[in-house]
Design a protein around this ligand. Structure first.
Ligand code: F6P
Length: 290
């Protein structure tokens, strides 16, 4: 049996653990195409052992390399990728909603395909959890807890711009833990005048202000300037948490989830299930038909 592994989209902490678990089970029968669907299109396919999966199993990143390949949606690219996939008994794809669609299309075209949610954004349909989310939230907490003491010493404000693409999950979950003065997870939650007045009055009371802002609403640098202009004083700093969230050392929770997802994939392969999405719902792993 030959199994092909693909990591499509951005990397997510815990992916390496997932890869290592599959490697432990399938050994030399496990292959990877370099850099997501583009590697499948270009037939850049190598045994996973070349990527030293056991060495990286507890680290962030994705040893088999991931990548975005929007051309995959176009028929001519898809057809060539499909041809290359046909050499394998099963294709396992890690990623977000876009990758899930890719799995569906491969399966509709006769390829055995399994989807695993792996994105820090935790915005994949049909699952409560995707690999990497816990680490991303943890890294936001780390950033805020290590920057805010300095803000407090100067009674300043700081905007922490967090990832999530168009999902507020990272912003909201880190806010639950950190209790900032403001969390802006959706555009309608951006009340510039109210935030400015709060920063001003808290500063007068020798207090700092913490603001968690989800990316793709307004750049934190721009918001900081708007706030300072209203306040009439330079009080607002900004910190783009950025790729700290993806590169953060995987938490124990993510390593555990990655293992559970891998075990469910192994079960699905053993049952010869195809066109399934592995999901974690109500505290349980499932393999659902896509
Ligand atoms: O989808 C994961 C994610 O980290 C998003 O949160 C973010 O918008 C995007 O990827 C960043 O991608 P890149 O690393 O390609 O800039």
């Amino acid at each position: 049996m030959k199994i092909l592994l693909i990591a499509s989209g951005g990397d997510a902490p815990g992916m390496n653990k997932f890869i290592a678990q599959l490697y432990k089970k399938f050994g030399n029968s496990l292959y990877a195409c370099k850099g997501g669907f583009e590697g499948l299109y270009n037939a850049e396919i190598v045994p996973v052992r070349f990527f030293e999966p056991l060495k990286y199993q507890n680290s962030a990143g994705c040893c088999i390399k991931c990548g975005r390949f929007p051309q995959f949606k176009q028929k001519k690219y898809f057809n060539k990728a499909l041809e290359n996939a046909k050499d394998f008994d099963c294709v396992v794809i890690m990623g977000g909603n876009g990758s899930k669609k890719g799995v569906k299309e491969l399966a509709e075209n006769g390829e055995n395909a399994i989807f695993v949610p792996a994105t820090i954004d935790n915005d994949v349909d049909g699952t409560d959890y995707s690999i990497g989310f816990h680490t991303a939230v943890n890294m936001v907490c780390l950033a805020v807890r290590n920057v805010m003491p300095s803000m407090q010493s100067h009674s300043r404000a700081c905007i922490f711009e967090v990832m999530g693409r168009y999902s507020g999950a990272i912003a909201q979950n880190s806010a639950k833990i950190l209790q900032p003065e403001f969390v802006i997870a959706q555009p309608q939650e951006l009340e510039v005048e109210k935030i400015a007045q709060t920063i001003k009055s808290r500063n007068k009371k020798d207090l700092s202000t913490c603001i968690i802002l989800r990316e793709n609403i307004i750049p934190s640098e721009k918001l900081a300037k708007q706030l300072d202009d209203i306040i009439g004083e330079k009080l607002v700093k900004y910190f783009v948490v950025g790729h700290l969230q993806r590169g953060g050392n995987p938490t124990k929770a993510d390593l555990k989830m990655a293992k559970l997802f891998a075990h469910e994939v192994i079960r699905s392969v053993a049952k010869n299930q195809s066109a399934v999405a592995i999901s974690f719902q109500d505290g349980k792993m499932n393999a659902q038909k896509i």
